[in-house]
Design a protein around this ligand. Structure first.
Ligand SMILES: [Zn+2]
Length: 461
């Protein structure tokens, strides 16, 4: 070790890390099939250790002291319910109180000579960007979790893979890059988005280098299929694609590219949480790295297994910014523990079912933007790409649903009327619909820069 500098490769005991959080394919031969008692034994040990570390961080200590919670209260997994949760609003407040990092990080950039770190951000469009400082350990374990998800999608060690995500302040593209290169020995072609490497060039590279996956949105993957056809290529015959994006129009993607597409769940601060198995009956949580709870999005109260509510995520692996009972306000259900047909006992969550904090009361009716999206897109002439805005017009709250269509402009009037009629029929209130051509909503949805497209903005203030 150089004087006073601990370099990234010196900051981690890699053997210990791989034993604790096995990468694929080993993980899918052992940990994935662990017995329930073993899963929960490991969770409790890690939970207690995480709580003691989190208690050293001002953000958590303040909230825990106020709520009368102490890490020593964690005698069983059940005791996790005694800790208070927090939401993104608490994080925003923390940043406002001590900009720009907030007081929820476990260390500061002053210490990076001995604790090498990276910083990525989320949520830059609404308010201040939320920074996360990642230690080298956090990056590597996070990359292992991402590698597990990619393996489940169908990517195998040694594959050539195009990474068509935008390399930006967000960690999405980097997470894939690290997972592929460092834990799957894949050869990564970093094309970035269509603005950086043209779609024709992406198609050509995928074909020439026999890429098994192009990591991007489902929509862009469909666009690339169109471009391939324009170039005289057949997506089914002329490529070696074996894994598809986890978001987008699954049926269409599978039909056009001829391989299965699997769902997954994760977010910026903690990387990959859960991934669907071939049985397609829920997404298995990587329980060596997470404890998941579900609460009522309004009251924060515990919900019984199987009920739709907001996910509360506690990670069991990080050393940088702890996430301990983060009420992320993503809606899903938690299945009771049981053995899946695939053989795994890992608990499952349902598919992402919308945002818990986006509910808008419009003339007395509760409306979820995701439900609006589903209804406006329910027409073969619409793309599964939409954006909903809540606006103030005069002294009335109104909602505008923007939706993408490839139909000829001459047909737009009729399509708009039909979509507005569907909304009135199914929701019982009148909303206006605005049509858009492909790409026109990208700035609002951040579809090229964020792994989870934005679907809603409240513009009423
Ligand atoms: Zn399964």
């Amino acid at each position: 070790m150089a004087q006073g500098i601990r370099r990234p490769h010196e900051a981690i005991d890699y053997d210990a890390m791989v034993r604790a959080y096995p990468p694929p394919p080993e993980y899918f031969e052992q940990g994935y099939y662990a017995a329930p008692e073993e899963i929960e034994r490991v969770q409790l040990v890690r939970l207690r250790e995480r709580a003691h570390r989190a208690y050293l961080i001002p953000f958590h200590r303040r909230r825990w002291d106020e709520a009368g919670f102490h890490p020593s209260h964690l005698k069983t997994l059940e005791d996790l319910w005694r800790a208070p949760y927090y939401t993104v609003d608490d994080i925003r407040e923390s940043i406002e109180g001590s900009p720009p990092y907030g007081d929820y990080q476990a260390f500061s950039v002053d210490g990076v000579l001995t604790e090498p770190a990276r910083i990525y951000m989320s949520g830059a469009t609404t308010g201040a960007a939320r920074p996360t400082l990642y230690t080298q350990w956090d990056r590597e374990v996070g990359a292992i979790l991402t590698a597990r998800a990619l393996y489940m999608f169908g990517i195998r060690p040694g594959d050539v893979v195009l990474n068509a995500w935008a390399y930006s302040t967000h960690n999405g593209a980097f997470s894939f890059d690290e997972a592929l290169h460092r834990w799957l020995n894949c050869v990564v072609l970093t094309t970035s988005t269509g603005n950086v490497t043209s779609s024709r060039r992406q198609v050509q590279l995928a074909r020439d280098y026999r890429a098994t996956a192009i990591l991007t949105t489902g929509d862009y993957m469909l666009r690339l299929a169109d471009v391939a056809k324009e170039m005289g290529l057949d997506p089914l015959e002329d490529f070696n694609i074996r894994a598809l994006p986890n978001i987008g129009d699954r049926d269409k993607l599978e039909a056009i590219w001829g391989v299965p597409s699997y769902q997954s769940y994760g977010f910026h601060e903690v990387q990959w949480v859960a991934v669907e198995c071939p049985e397609r009956e829920g997404l298995h949580v990587f329980e060596d790295a997470f404890a998941i709870q579900v609460v009522d999005p309004k009251t924060g109260e515990r919900l019984p297994d199987g009920e739709l509510g907001s996910l509360v995520v506690t990670e069991l692996y990080k050393t940088g910014s702890a996430q301990f009972r983060y009420n992320i306000m993503d809606l899903s259900v938690l299945y009771p523990r049981g053995q899946c047909k695939c053989g795994s006992w890992l608990r499952r969550i349902g598919q992402f079912a919308g945002r818990g904090d986006n509910m808008v009361k419009l003339r007395g009716v509760n409306i979820w933007p995701e439900a609006v999206g589903e209804i406006v897109c329910d027409d073969p002439q619409m793309d599964p790409d939409y954006f909903v805005r809540a606006v103030r017009q005069g002294d009335r709250d109104e909602m505008v649903a923007h939706v993408v269509t490839r139909a000829d402009r001459a047909a737009w009037g009729a399509l708009k009327d039909a979509a507005e009629q569907r909304l009135r029929d199914r929701l019982g209130v009148k909303l206006s619909v605005e049509l858009a051509a492909p790409g026109e909503l990208d700035a609002m949805t951040e579809t090229n820069t964020s792994p989870k497209p934005k679907r809603f903005r409240d513009e009423r203030e």
